[in-house]
Design a protein around this ligand. Structure first.
Ligand code: SD4
Length: 340
């Protein structure tokens, strides 16, 4: 049994209930502390859960968190940085998303504009940039000295690694241009994303009344094929929110993870009563069954304020750090989960 106090603190009378069950709650992927703090500040100064997700993820876009969020990171095969982002309202089940967004820094802001200023859900590429510009977002070059030098180094190294397969010339040796060749009998299953070239921000915010929002922002995969959109802007893959159950968000190899809708699965499991840690683990296990070497992690939170995370253990990645902020901690706290 549990009782919700006016301050939003949930007392755990049952030992079965995790004692960190406190609302409001912010959970986000990776140790992106400033993003967590910004989301909390937004919420505590009267902002909605959507405002908190938007501002929190925008903070990472400004800070270029780990070089994997926002401008100046993950140049594609042509050297351009393109952005993916989404935001979801767990009360109304509305979603706004952008993929392959060019020349606009505030991708999650544009995602929110898609949600609020169109009847669509997902805009991509050049057209998304035109939409953003029309909505008043500034157009600017997303290239920085850092992204340019990552790109030139990659060119000097014969475009290695890259995401091409079943083409000639041999993509493990060359920069193309590529032409398709006959598919082999046995398809190889790749570990596509370099675990050191990643780190999407995925955030779940739940307020005292149990309203849930979730969102993501990323510059995707380094050296991606132009036009590639990852899991992060896809509802149910990158993030999912439902105020009758909870929220979840994912990070990692989006090319693989998007096929399993791990955020949707985790929320559905929580709806069925699964503890957030168990829900996250199950979402990871489902992918692992087919792609044991995939790199990825999921964060989960339910509407009682319980939360958890899970990740897939691969060489060089055995623990996953994530951020938590609730009434109890009153500061952003970094937590770590052992990968399975
Ligand atoms: C993508 N999921 O575009 C993102 C990248 C990422 O940790 O999260 N890496 O595939």
């Amino acid at each position: 049994m549990m009782r919700i106090l006016p301050a939003g603190i949930i007392l755990c009378f049952s030992l079965a209930l995790p004692c960190h069950a406190v609302l409001p709650l912010i959970v986000n992927t990776w140790p992106f502390r400033d993003a967590t703090a910004t989301a909390w500040k937004t919420l505590s100064s009267g902002g909605s859960v959507l405002d908190a997700v938007e501002k929190g993820c925008s903070q990472c876009e400004i800070d270029q968190c780990d070089g994997s969020v926002g401008y100046g990171g993950s140049p594609d095969e042509t050297g351009e940085t393109t952005l993916d982002a989404m935001i979801m309202n767990g009360d109304t089940m509305e979603v706004g998303a952008v993929g392959d967004l060019r020349r606009i820094k505030n991708a999650i802001g544009v995602a929110r504009a898609v949600m609020e200023r169109t009847k669509h859900t997902f805009l991509v590429g050049e057209s998304a940039s035109v939409f953003a510009e029309n909505m008043g977002f500034t157009t600017e070059d997303l290239t920085t000295n850092t992204s340019f030098s990552i790109f030139t180094k990659w060119l000097q190294e014969n475009c290695q690694p890259n995401y091409r397969q079943n083409v000639s010339p041999d993509p493990s040796k060359s920069c193309g241009p590529y032409k398709p060749h006959a598919l082999p009998q046995q398809r190889r299953r790749h570990q596509l994303i370099d675990i050191h070239a990643h780190d999407t921000i995925g955030m779940v915010v739940i307020d005292q009344a149990g309203h849930v929002a979730a969102g993501t922002s990323t510059n995707g995969a380094r050296h991606k094929v132009p036009g590639r959109v990852g899991d992060s802007p896809i509802a149910g893959a990158g993030a999912y929110a439902d105020s009758t159950a909870g929220g979840a968000a994912a990070t990692g190899n989006g090319d693989v993870m998007m096929r399993f809708l791990p955020s949707y699965l985790a929320v559905e499991l929580m709806r069925g009563g699964a503890d957030p840690s168990v829900a996250c683990k199950t979402a990871i296990t489902r992918i692992k069954r087919h792609f044991p070497g995939f790199f990825g992690a999921v964060i989960c939170a339910n509407t009682t304020g319980s939360y958890g995370a899970a990740c897939n253990k691969v060489p060089g990645f055995s623990q996953f750090p994530y951020m938590v902020f609730n009434q109890k901690s009153n500061v952003p706290i970094q937590e770590t989960v052992d990968c399975i």
